[in-house]
Design a protein around this ligand. Structure first.
Ligand code: PLP
Length: 380
């Protein structure tokens, strides 16, 4: 019998492997910024913005210092302010809602679909009021939301759409990349993201030149000309070093996403139909990029305990839906307000996934889930 206590831990992700593979490109990208000494708003930023816009099939990309800043400035540029409402998913990372709050507006949450964890677009219409300015569909876990339905509703009500693509770099919906459907899309380059910087980073992409210009102004103290400030802005610029690192990594993104899909296919094959375990579904015509690979189980404690015993890292995305976070207590949305999001928060488990994850580790992850399933079965 294997002595599990001496087995190497299976990490949730291992970014050092990515650096080892790209060391030369990344090191020389950093050195070139030092040589140039243009650390802020320099040519490395412009280069990355052009490359990422091309990758996303859009006209404009504005580099920012986080995905949160990208959501925030996109909303401000769309004219969102006090008294407005913005519709978004109760089941997301809190930054989606925070960006709305930063504008002085109020989030109006919509519940999730149980089998994809993405927002339930059939519930959007009921959440629309005369104050609704923007809808933010979140492509959660790297799975495209039902963006066609969202666009139809938004167009009928003349509401703008901001895609939260912070977990979905390169994901495809009906043949086109997510991030091209709405009026704008926000990306995060947090290190663990499918395209990650060596620190915080983000961007807004859009085909709307006016929105891009407004965000460019807002990210740099409302200034186009040094010490001339047209509006009150922010310091939300993407550093040149991060931009240069992102430029070095971008050519590899499609291959990394392909590898993530292969791992997801392996997990799907091994875990679909297994007692007590439900992998997330993919909606027709979509190619997710599996920022996260998430399963649902009614007996999460058993799964987490088994993974721990077999020295496998796990995650929960997310353990508390946004409407039940203390930060949003003021909205008075009690337990039961968004039952599917609440159910997901109690039943989801994220399994390790990253492009260069060794096959042996993938097999250990599967073995741990199958063992947990056996335990559940023997007790039922
Ligand atoms: C769905 C979603 N939206 C927004 C963000 C915010 O991005 P950042 O951490 O770069 O501010 C994240 C980051 O995890 C996210 O997952």
């Amino acid at each position: 019998m294997t002595d599990l206590s001496t087995e190497k831990m299976v990490p949730f992700l291992d970014l050092s492997l990515q650096y080892d593979a790209l060391k030369n490109e990344i090191d020389s990208a950093i050195q070139s910024v030092f040589k140039d000494s243009s650390f802020v708003l320099g040519p490395a930023l412009k280069k990355f913005e052009d490359e990422f816009a091309r990758y996303c099939h859009v006209d404009h990309c504005v580099g920012l210092n986080s995905g949160t800043a990208a959501l925030h400035l996109a909303l401000l540029a769309m004219g969102v302010g006090p008294g407005d409402e913005v519709i978004t998913a109760a089941n997301s990372f809190i930054a989606t809602a925070e960006a709305i709050s930063f504008c002085g507006a109020e989030p109006r949450f919509v519940d999730a679909l149980l089998d994809t964890a993405n927002l339930n677009s059939d519930m959007i219409e009921a959440a629309i009021t005369h104050r609704t300015k923007v809808i933010i569909p979140v492509h959660l876990y790297g799975q495209p939301a039902e963006i066609d339905k969202v666009l139809k509703i938004a167009a009928a009500h003349k509401i703008m759409v901001l895609e939260d693509a912070c977990q979905a770099h390169g994901a495809v919906f009906h043949g086109e990349r997510v991030g091209t459907f709405g009026h704008a899309a926000a990306y995060s380059f947090y290190p663990g993201k499918n395209l990650g910087a060596a620190g915080d980073g983000g961007a807004v992409v859009t085909n709307d030149a006016e929105l891009a210009a407004r965000i460019t102004l807002l990210r740099n103290h409302g200034s186009e000309q040094k010490y001339h400030h047209d509006i009150v802005g922010h310091n939300f610029r993407l550093d040149s070093i991060q931009a240069a690192i992102l430029s070095a990594k971008l050519p590899h993104l499609d291959l990394w996403n392909k590898k993530r899909r292969e791992i997801a296919r392996f997990y799907d094959e091994k875990l679909t139909g297994v007692h007590g375990i439900s992998p997330m579904c993919v909606i027709d015509g979509c190619e997710p990029v599996y920022h996260l690979y998430v399963i649902r189980t009614a007996e999460r404690d058993v799964v987490l305990q088994q993974m721990k015993e077999m020295r496998i890292a796990s995650g929960i995305h997310y353990p508390i839906p946004i409407h039940l976070q203390p930060a949003y207590q003021y909205l008075n949305l009690e337990e039961g307000s968004f039952p599917v999001s609440e159910e997901l928060s109690k039943s989801v488990v994220s399994l390790p996934i990253y492009p260069d994850m060794p096959k042996a580790d993938q097999e250990r992850v599967v073995a741990s889930i199958l063992k947990a399933s056996e335990l559940m079965k023997s007790r039922s």
